[in-house]
Design a protein around this ligand. Structure first.
Ligand code: AMP
Ligand code: GLY
Length: 406
């Protein structure tokens, strides 16, 4: 079968890599793809992944039997709707389902209606109402732009002044239309855990839990980013917490089938905080996490083509997931300055040497997170570019245990 993956990040590299392992995968296209996918798939640079009609034309011309949508933007833009209407099996929810990620207000209302555990909040398009809510509740408090802001529209304010500034910034247009409405919410505490689930026809099949490192610098200092590293599984999660997260994901999947016009078919990503009162949802995303996918999919032993097709065709009972009993750690090497203004176009060396090492990692990673961490960092040391910036403590708190969050 010919397969098309939309997207060009590390996440799509991991998705394409896992699909390519399947004997059912014949020709694999990635649009636009990246330097990593070019090694084993055909990159399609000229296709606009957010233009449903253009994607459909490509799919028909290349006899594609499955489309996997990586990022949120094409989902929110309704690319899955166009493909599905033409009878193409597509992995990814339609625009309505993608609103769970596209609008934090839509998501919070979905959670409240369905009794899913989450922080207390106010959603408003009235700036003064947001300021009043902050004065009433006090700090710490969290301010979020309602719409998509590439992971940068959230401020966890330690003081009321900081929260008021964040509200002012939002309404002044720092995030464009995404900030016309803000969500102000209770600040939760505890370790975070990402629970991704394959969802189809109202059923959820949870993947192995993983943990992202959102802050830019070691020790969880500095600004929030799109993710600086991740590991899976998450040893600090208790069996009780795991069971509760799976229950919440199942409840949400059932709600998508009841409430939405069309079946939700893709990944539902629950971003949880493990609070003293139990796991609570910070957000839902409508897609695979980045960089969580890079540590989750390498542990999937089941054929991803089978899984994605079952999801895309609404056959949840055919989904079966087997996981390797191994640890995975991924470290993001960012350009200097990230997540603020940063330089592009630097020459990167050492990728081939690190990749060769990665094969060693695939076969010899053993079962300890410590070993996975050492291998990930060994690979990172081989890759060089001017101004290379990375965290040195990915996975360390998993090794140090739960008390390191307290
Ligand atoms: P979000 O985009 O909603 O996942 O928020 C990005 C990050 O902000 C999360 O991963 C958390 O680290 C933090 N965050 C979001 N909401 C809250 C909250 N209610 N309490 C504490 N931290 C939060
Ligand atoms: N790792 C955070 C995200 O994918 O949204």
């Amino acid at each position: 079968m010919n397969i098309l993956v939309l997207g060009g990040g590390g996440r799509e590299h991991a998705i394409a890599w896992a699909l390519n392992k399947s004997p059912k995968c014949e020709k694999l296209y990635v649009a636009p793809g990246n330097g990593g996918t070019a090694g084993f798939a055909e990159n399609v640079a000229g296709l606009n992944a957010e233009d449903g009609e253009a994607v459909l034309e490509f799919v028909q011309a290349h006899e594609i039997g499955l489309v996997a949508i990586g990022p949120e933007a094409p989902l929110v833009a309704g690319v899955a709707d166009v493909l599905r209407a033409a009878g193409i099996p597509v992995f990814g929810p339609d625009a309505q389902g993608a609103q769970l990620e596209g609008s934090k207000t839509f998501c919070k209302e979905f959670m409240m209606r369905n009794n899913l555990p989450t922080a207390e909040y106010l959603s408003t398009d009235n700036e003064q109402a947001a300021h009043d809510y902050i004065d009433e509740k006090g700090a710490p408090i969290v301010v979020k732009a309602d719409g998509l802001a590439a992971g940068k529209g959230v401020v966890v304010a330690q003081t009321a002044d900081e929260a008021h500034d964040a509200v002012r910034e939002c309404f002044a247009g720092a995030f464009g239309d995404a900030g016309n409405t803000v969500v102000v919410e209770e600040c939760l505490t505890g370790p975070e855990c990402s629970m991704l689930a394959f969802v189809s026809a109202g059923k959820a099949y949870c993947m192995a839990p993983s943990q992202d490192h959102k802050r830019a610098y070691d020790g969880d200092e500095g600004p929030n980013t799109g993710g600086m590293g991740a590991y899976s599984p998450v040893p600090i999660v208790t069996d009780e917490e795991l069971a509760r997260m799976e229950e919440v994901m199942a409840q949400a999947a059932a709600a998508t089938a009841e409430e939405f016009d069309h079946d939700y078919r893709g990944v539902l990503y629950g971003g949880f905080m493990l609070t003293p009162q139990g796991p609570k949802l910070l957000e839902y995303n409508a897609r695979f996490g980045d960089p969580e996918t890079q540590v989750v999919l390498p542990r999937l032993e089941s054929d991803l083509v089978d899984v994605m097709l079952a999801v895309a065709e609404g056959r949840p009972d055919d989904i079966s997931l087997q996981w390797a009993d191994k640890w995975a750690v991924t470290v993001v090497l960012a350009s200097q300055g990230y997540p603020r203004a940063y330089e592009k176009g630097k020459v990167i060396t050492g990728i081939d040497a690190a990749d060769a090492l990665e094969d060693v990692k695939v076969y010899h990673a053993g079962t300890a997170i410590q070993a996975a961490r050492e291998l990930a960092y060994k690979a990172c040391d081989l890759i060089q570019f001017e101004g290379k910036q990375n965290r040195t403590d990915i996975g360390l708190r998993a090794i140090n245990g739960r008390q390191s969050w307290e």
